[in-house]
Design a protein around this ligand. Structure first.
Ligand code: GDP
Length: 298
C-alpha cells in the first residue's frame, strides 16, 4: 500500500531540490501536485482540502531556517501534516483500572475482525495479559469455529456459545463471558461481533446492544483499508449506529491506494490504534502516525 502515493509525493518534492528560495508560485504548483497525488490515492476530498490548505499556509509563512533549505522545509511540513491527519500522537489501548477490561470489535464481514481478535489476543498475551476471546458472531456459520482456530493458534481460550451459555443470543454470550472472565481471572475480554457484507440496521442494533450490555473500555471499528472511499462511509455509519473509540486498519499489506487509511482518522475524529498487515497473527502492531508518515514519504 502507498507505493504509488509515495512515488508521486517524492517526485513532487524532488522538484523543489536545489531551489534557493521558494516563490508563492512554486508553493502553489507543489500544493497542486500534492493535491492530485492524494486524490489519486483515494484520500477523501475534505481531508485533501484541509491538508493542502495547511501545507500552503505553513509553506508560505515558513521562516528562513538555517538548518533546512526550502525544499527540506516543505518536506518537513508535508511530513508534519501527514502525522497530524493520521492522529498525531500514538494512542495506546485503554484498559480498565479494575479488570476485566472489555474490548469489542465491530465492522463489516470480511473486514478482518476474527483475524484481528487472534492478533490482539496474541499481542495482549505478549504484554503479560490473560485475554479471553468471545465468539459473538453467531451470524456467519463458520465464525465460531474460525475464532476457535485463531484462539488455538494464539494459545488463548475462546468463550463460545454452548448450551446454558446463551446459545443464539450474542448479547447473552457477551454478558456471560464477562462473568466467566471474573470467575477465571482473565483480565481482558475481546468480543468478536457479527458483520454483514454491507451496513445493515439489524447488525448495527445487535452491535449497539452488545455495547450497551458489556460497557466496553474500547470499541474498535475494524476496517479493510482496501475498500477505498467506502471505508469512510462505512466508518460514518458505524460511528452513528454503534459508536467506537478506536479504529483498526487491516490489509495494509494490500496494493490498494491507501486513501482510506489516510482519511478515516480525520473524517471520524477517532484515533487509529492498530494496523494489521497480513494474514498471520504476528502481522500486527500498534499504530504509530509518525512511522506511517515516514513510510508514505519514503
Ligand atoms: P471478519 O469477517 O471481519 O471476521 O474477517 P476475517 O477475520 O474472517 O478476515 C477476512 C479475510 O481477510 C480472511 O481471509 C483473512 O485471512 C483476511 N485478512 C484479515 N486481516 C488481513 C490482513 O491484515 N491482511 C491480509 N492480506 N488479509 C487479511
Amino acid at each position: 500500500m502507498f507505493d504509488t502515493l509515495s512515488d508521486r509525493l517524492s517526485s513532487v518534492l524532488q522538484n523543489l531540490r536545489g531551489k534557493g528560495r521558494l516563490s508563492d508560485a512554486d508553493i502553489d504548483t507543489t500544493a497542486r501536485e500534492i493535491r492530485i497525488a492524494l486524490l489519486e490515492a483515494d484520500v477523501a476530498l475534505p481531508v485533501v482540502r484541509a491538508f493542502i490548505a495547511k501545507v500552503k499556509e505553513r509553506a508560505k509563512g515558513a521562516e528562513v531556517s538555517a538548518a533546512l533549505n526550502p525544499a527540506q522545509q516543505v518536506v518537513k511540513i508535508v511530513n508534519d501534516e501527514l502525522i497530524a491527519i493520521l492522529g498525531g500522537e500514538t494512542r495506546r489501548l485503554n484498559l480498565a483500572k479494575t479488570p476485566p477490561s472489555v474490548i469489542m470489535l465491530a465492522g463489516l464481514q470480511g473486514a478482518g475482525k476474527t483475524t484481528l481478535a487472534g492478533k490482539l489476543a496474541r499481542w495482549l498475551k505478549a504484554q503479560g495479559h490473560a485475554p479471553l476471546l468471545v465468539a459473538c458472531d453467531l451470524q456467519r456459520p463458520n465464525a465460531v469455529t474460525q475464532l476457535q482456530v485463531v484462539g488455538e493458534r494464539a494459545g488463548v481460550t475462546v468463550f463460545a456459545p454452548e448450551p446454558g451459555n446463551g446459545v443464539g443470543d450474542p448479547v447473552e454470550v457477551a454478558r456471560r463471558s464477562i462473568d466467566e472472565a471474573k470467575r477465571s481471572h482473565y483480565d481482558v475480554v475481546v468480543v468478536d461481533t457479527a458483520g454483514r457484507l454491507g451496513v445493515d440496521e439489524e447488525m448495527m442494533r445487535q452491535a449497539a446492544d452488545i455495547r450497551a450490555a458489556t460497557n466496553p473500555d474500547e470499541v474498535l471499528f475494524v476496517v479493510d483499508a482496501m475498500i477505498g472511499q467506502d471505508a469512510v462511509t462505512t466508518a460514518e455509519a458505524f460511528r452513528d449506529g454503534v459508536g467506537f473509540t478506536g479504529v483498526v486498519l487491516t490489509k495494509l499489506d494490500g496494493d490498494a491506494r491507501g486513501g482510506a487509511a489516510l482519511s478515516v482518522r480525520e473524517v471520524t475524529g477517532v484515533p487509529i490504534l492498530f494496523a494489521s498487515n497480513g494474514e498471520k497473527l504476528e502481522d500486527f502492531d500498534a499504530f504509530h502516525p509518525d512511522r506511517m508518515a515516514s513510510r508514505i514519504l519514503g
